[in-house]
Design a protein around this ligand. Structure first.
Ligand code: GTP
Ligand code: MG
Length: 316
């Protein structure tokens, strides 16, 4: 049999000429994957070709569409390649299954001074460590939407770990965003930067504050959620494509619907609840102690641990 040509257009399918292709397009069937979902009878009705011919056409269309599937075993092999960044606390690392994972989004939410930003600083330092020391040997893209990035703080965390603060600071690319457009565009245009600087961690601190400030009132909620949704999907896409860990912080509000228990709810609603792979709820405790609750994780049980915020950074 002659080598089959690659099938890209409707016209490349066996027995589909220009006229038939036009009929199909007029009926809204304009791509190979759409053909692939039709039954032979449907295709025959729309195009006028015989049912038998339609069967063949559908088969070829289905074969030509690239569907990326993998077996559970392949998936598991790929998961083993996932990198982890140590948080600086052994307890917190074990709570989340070894550290903040690449290819996913880790969210921390909590009230002011609960430690969300401090954890980000620690991760921005630790990601630069070699693999066997809890890092990924990569740089950080730090999107600062609240103006709270503090190089002095990075310096003291680095020094305490015996690292060269200058070199650590040069491994953190800080972008200060003051509008949601800037925040969104930073991710849209991040590909080149990620590759050039070997970015292994993207931090957005915070993900939600600008959205909250710009989209005010009930009427704006739909648009806010839609923009937020696109933004976070872009983040997940980058995390997957370049094996990057994403760490986002989020504010909280009191949910008046919760009468008993802790009324603290993260901002962002379902959009964020579904997008974040791992969710951490940070709470202030006595002095420098903070309680971290693992609220949502694909493979670890819920639980809590205590961390400390010290001059040296996050510790047990
Ligand atoms: P918001 O951004 O306001 O919502 O809070 P956050 O959750 O980001 O809080 P952040 O991570 O900035 O934590 C602030 C806490 O870290 C404060 O209670 C500080 O006391 C503590 N902190 C910051 N720097 C240092 C430091 O150099 N040494 C010590 N020991 N604690 C610090
Ligand atoms: Mg903060």
């Amino acid at each position: 049999m002659a080598k089959e040509k690659t099938v890209r257009e409707l016209e490349d399918l066996p027995g589909i000429g220009e006229a038939t292709a036009m009929k199909l397009r007029n009926a809204g069937i304009d791509s190979l994957d759409k053909i692939g979902t039709l039954s032979p009878h449907e295709l025959s009705d729309i195009s006028g070709i015989s049912v038998d011919a339609a069967k063949k056409v559908i088969q070829v269309a289905q074969e030509s569409v690239n569907i990326n599937y993998e077996t559970g075993e392949q998936f598991y092999e790929r998961r083993k390649q996932i990198g982890k960044i140590s948080t600086g606390s052994k307890d917190l690392d074990s709570l989340i299954g070894g550290g903040v994972e690449t290819n996913g989004i880790t969210e921390s939410y909590g009230r002011f001074a609960s430690g969300k930003t401090q954890l980000g600083f620690q991760l921005a330092v630790n990601v630069q460590l070699p693999n066997n020391e809890g890092g990924l040997g990569g740089a950080t893209l730090f999107i600062d939407t609240e103006g709270t990035f503090r190089p002095e703080r990075i310096e003291s965390i680095a020094k305490s770990a015996g690292l060269d603060p200058k070199s650590i600071l040069s491994g953190i690319i800080v972008i200060r965003a003051i509008t949601t457009e800037q925040q969104i565009l930073t991710l849209e245009r991040a590909d080149k930067l990620i590759q050039e600087k070997n970015v292994k961690l993207i931090i957005i601190d915070s993900l939600t504050s600008l959205f909250r400030a710009e989209f005010v009132g009930r009427g704006a909620l739909g648009e806010r959620q839609q923009k937020l949704n696109q933004h976070i999907h872009r983040l997940q896409m980058l995390a997957d494509k370049y094996s990057i860990a994403a760490y986002i912080t989020n504010q909280v509000m009191d949910n008046p619907g919760i009468l008993f228990g802790d009324p603290t709810t993260p901002i962002g609603g379902n959009v964020l609840a579904h997008a974040a792979t791992t969710r951490l709820y940070l709470r202030k405790s006595k002095e420098d102690k903070r309680i971290v609750r693992l609220v949502d994780s694909p493979n670890m049980p819920e639980g809590e641990c205590v961390i400390k915020i010290t001059t040296a950074g996050i510790a047990d």
